[in-house]
Design a protein around this ligand. Sequence first.
Ligand code: NAP
Length: 251
Amino acid sequence: MHNARPRVLVLGGTGEGREIAARLADSVDLEVVTSLAGRVRDPRWPEGEVRVGGFGGAEGLAGWLAENDIRALLDATHPFASRITANAHLAARTCEIPFAVCQRPSWAQHPQDRWFPARDLSHAAELVPVLGTRAFLTIGRQGVSAFAEVSGVSFLVRSIDPPTGAMPAPHELILARGPFDVESERELMRRRGIDVVVTKSSGGDQTYAKIVAARQLGLPVIVVERSPAPEGVESFNSPSAAAAWLESTVT
Ligand code: NAP
């Protein structure tokens, strides 16, 4: 059956991406295609049409957008997925289609939080031995190798799928997917004798419990900061606003 609704692409791999797809699943004005990178072995699947895998850089993405007659592009990837954001920005300009970013706000520091900001993962790796000897590394699967050379610290590493590349020695790996609750996070940190936590400034509810647990235990938290969103790009911090933008853009 020919479908005349304009198609839009949502770059996903996040709860925000899934929420946008769900909000627009019944739209009579547009059809959403969600793109996943294909990194997680068993991803949470968005509603509607889904395609999986890289595009082959900005050029590959521009080609894909043109071939699939995509009318607007929304980047709802994780705040730390900066390469795909830069590629998307460029590809949308090449194809002359509207582009926006949906990015959840960073967590705000509570007065009782003991936060140590890090510019990037290498900076975080430098800070770890200054602050503790038993680190809880909760930065996701990617980037764990930045901590491989840290000495005098044992790491409790948690990710959804096993990290690839060099691992810190010594380390213990826990495979788990959020959301996590404060009590179990606090118990995990207490039982394992954690004295420093490393996290990205991810924002959102799914993994915030570790921040509260660290606060309750008085632990220092190394918070890896985000790289800034591309300049001059429309940006939304809620899936509802981003979904409304998609609808208004193509109608
Ligand atoms: P990245 O460094 O910005 O992107 C690396 C490459 O992965 C891109 O150049 C692109 O390959 C491909 N890619 C990324 N997101 C894609 C998507 N949604 N659809 C198709 N291809 C995609 O990204 P990353 O940090 O590896 O993250 C990969 C995915 O995991 C993202 O979708 C992100 O939302 C999700 N995620 C990331 C984090 C994190 O901490 N980084 C946390 C949770 C979820 P080509 O150049 O070949 O197109």
